[in-house]
Design a protein around this ligand. Structure first.
Ligand SMILES: [Zn+2]
Ligand SMILES: [Zn+2]
Length: 140
C-alpha cells in the first residue's frame, strides 16, 4: 500500500477535506521557514486566486492547523501548528518581529508567560510578539 502523503494526513487529522488547492496552500506554508503573510503567500502561489487562498487560510486557522500571529500595524502572519494534541495547543511560542528587516522569528525554546483565569474575563487567544532587532540587523 502506498504511504499517504503527510500533507493529506495533516489535513485529515484536523477534519479538513484534502482538496488539491488546500494541499498546495499547506505545502507552501510548510516550505516557508518563517511565518508568512497572506501577501507573501499569494506571491508564492500564482495558480490559486487570492480569495480562495484567504478562505483556505481562515479555515486552517479555525481548525487549529495554522497559528495566526497578530503583529499590530505590521499585519498578520501565519504558520503551521505542530501541536501533537487536538485539545491543547502544545506548539504555542513567542515570536520576534525585527523592526528593520520585518522578518518574524519563532522563539520555540522560549516559554510563554502563563496567564490563567482572570476573574470575570474569558481568554480566547493570546499573542506574544517581541519587537526589536534581529542578530543580522543588530550587527550591521
Ligand atoms: Zn532583522
Ligand atoms: Zn512560530
Amino acid at each position: 500500500m502506498m504511504e499517504k502523503e503527510p500533507c493529506i494526513a495533516l489535513l485529515e487529522n484536523h477534519g479538513i477535506k484534502p482538496t488539491a488547492n488546500r494541499i498546495v496552500i499547506l505545502k507552501t506554508l510548510l516550505s516557508s521557514s518563517m511565518p508568512i503573510s497572506v501577501m507573501e503567500l499569494e506571491e508564492e502561489i500564482a495558480t490559486i486566486d487570492k480569495s480562495n487562498i484567504f478562505r483556505t487560510l481562515m479555515l486552517f486557522v479555525e481548525k487549529h492547523l495554522v497559528h495566526s500571529i497578530d503583529e499590530g500595524r505590521e499585519g498578520v502572519r501565519y504558520e503551521v501548528c505542530f501541536s501533537e494534541k487536538e485539545s491543547i495547543d502544545d506548539d504555542q511560542h513567542p515570536h520576534f518581529l525585527c523592526e528593520k528587516c520585518h522578518r518574524t522569528f519563532c522563539m520555540k525554546d522560549q516559554p510563554l508567560p502563563k496567564i490563567t483565569n482572570i476573574e470575570g474575563f474569558s481568554i480566547h487567544s493570546a499573542n506574544y510578539v517581541l519587537k526589536g532587532l534581529c542578530p543580522t540587523c543588530k550587527n550591521k
